[in-house]
Ligand binder design. Structure first.
Ligand code: ZN
Ligand code: ZN
Length: 367
């Protein structure tokens, strides 16, 4: 079957809208007619080729759509069901069995390798393989093959365009605070970086009942949105030392710091911001694979500090995503404040707008 896709024919694009051939769903797979898909920064990292992506390729991992066909063994959804797509996991390793699929031992091959072990793919063009299965979906296309392990069935009246970005960026930020750092009511939270993930961390802080939420972000427009969606204070890092600025608000230090920037000069400050039993959560991926976060040992051990890495906000399809979908329906997750919608064909424009600060989170929609 043929479907229109945004194909990346070379590292860093541009995306070219062209038809690709899509194989029938195999055991445990399903074909989804994509109605909306968010653009996540990870798509651009993969698209740079830095993680070994083969070209041509179809990316996209925040899809939402309607099931068209299911392969053998798929019973949790059926044709006609609306579904939200998220990251994939194996379901049989010790992390999956413990209900922690974001730390699946097969996370890289199942989400970022984009070809099967034997090099074959579900997509092709002119008889040649097209790298696919990005986060078990490759949803920058009118149709995608997903897996039972990475879909959540939605209500028949669900708003697919509104829900699409939950599948990666939003769940990562909200989950980092609510699940990975286990935020408790009344705690203080500092968020570094006010992109879609950082702003979502603020939303997570609100849901958890955090008492003081502070955003550190250089762009004025993002600081303004942060105040609208729940930040109590915003700090411009250009205005002076961010540790001093945080401690002027929280003299005993913060209970939690979440970094969504991956910008090492900013991340390094997190260590000086936390108080006793404070937790630092790392989401932002630094530009260099060799980046190191220095921790002052004596200070750190006497105050009981924690640093932990975070993937997908420790989310999963059976517990957290349904919870977030309910919060969204009830109006408690106003991430639409920082989402801009574009027709699918305008994918390059959407990415350009994001680079130039004209849009924070882009969602592509199909007619
Ligand atoms: Zn993502
Ligand atoms: Zn696994």
């Amino acid at each position: 079957m043929e479907a229109l896709a945004a194909v990346l024919n070379q590292p860093n694009g541009p995306f070219e809208i062209e038809p690709v051939e899509i194989a029938d769903p195999q055991e445990g797979e399903l074909r989804v007619a994509i109605k909306a898909v968010g653009i996540c920064h990870t798509d651009l990292v993969l698209g740079s080729g830095a993680m070994g992506l083969q070209f041509p390729a179809v990316l996209g991992h925040e899809g939402a759509g309607v099931v068209e066909a299911v392969g053998p063994g798929v019973t949790s959804v059926q044709p006609g069901d609306k579904v939200l797509l998220t990251f994939n996991s194996c379901g049989s390793c010790k992390r999956c069995e413990a209900g922690e699929p974001a730390y699946c031992l097969q996370f890289f091959p199942l989400n970022m390798q984009c070809v099967r072990e034997d090099g074959s793919t579900r997509l092709s063009k002119g008889g040649q393989p097209v790298a696919d299965n990005c986060f078990g979906q490759s949803s920058f296309a009118a149709k995608a093959i997903a897996n039972v392990r990475n879909v959540v069935k939605l209500d028949p009246d669900a708003d697919l365009a509104a829900l699409a970005p939950l599948g990666c960026g939003i769940q990562t930020g909200v989950g980092a605070v609510m699940r990975s750092l286990n935020a408790r009511k009344g705690e203080s939270l500092v968020v570094i970086g006010g992109g879609a993930v950082g702003l979502s961390a603020i939303l997570g802080g609100k849901l958890a009942g955090c008492a003081q939420i502070i955003l550190i972000e250089p762009q004025e427009s993002r600081r303004a949105i942060a105040l609208e969606v729940g930040a109590d204070h915003v700090i411009d890092p250009a205005a002076g030392d961010t540790i001093e600025a945080v401690r002027a608000i929280l003299p005993e230090g913060a209970d939690m710091v979440v970094d969504s920037s991956g910008f090492m000069p900013a991340v390094e400050k997190s260590v000086g911001m936390i108080g006793n039993l404070g937790r630092v959560g790392l989401i932002g991926v630094p530009g260099s694979l060799d980046a190191v976060l220095p921790v002052p040992m004596v200070q750190w051990l006497t105050m009981g500090g924690t640093v932990r890495g975070i993937v997908e906000g420790d989310s999963d399809i059976v517990g957290f995503l349904p919870e977030l979908i309910a919060h969204q329906a009830a109006g408690r997750l106003p991430y639409d404040r920082f989402v801009t919608r574009y027709p699918f064909e305008q994918i390059n424009q959407a990415i350009d707008d994001a680079h130039h600060g004209k849009c924070i989170k882009a969602v592509l929609t199909f007619d």
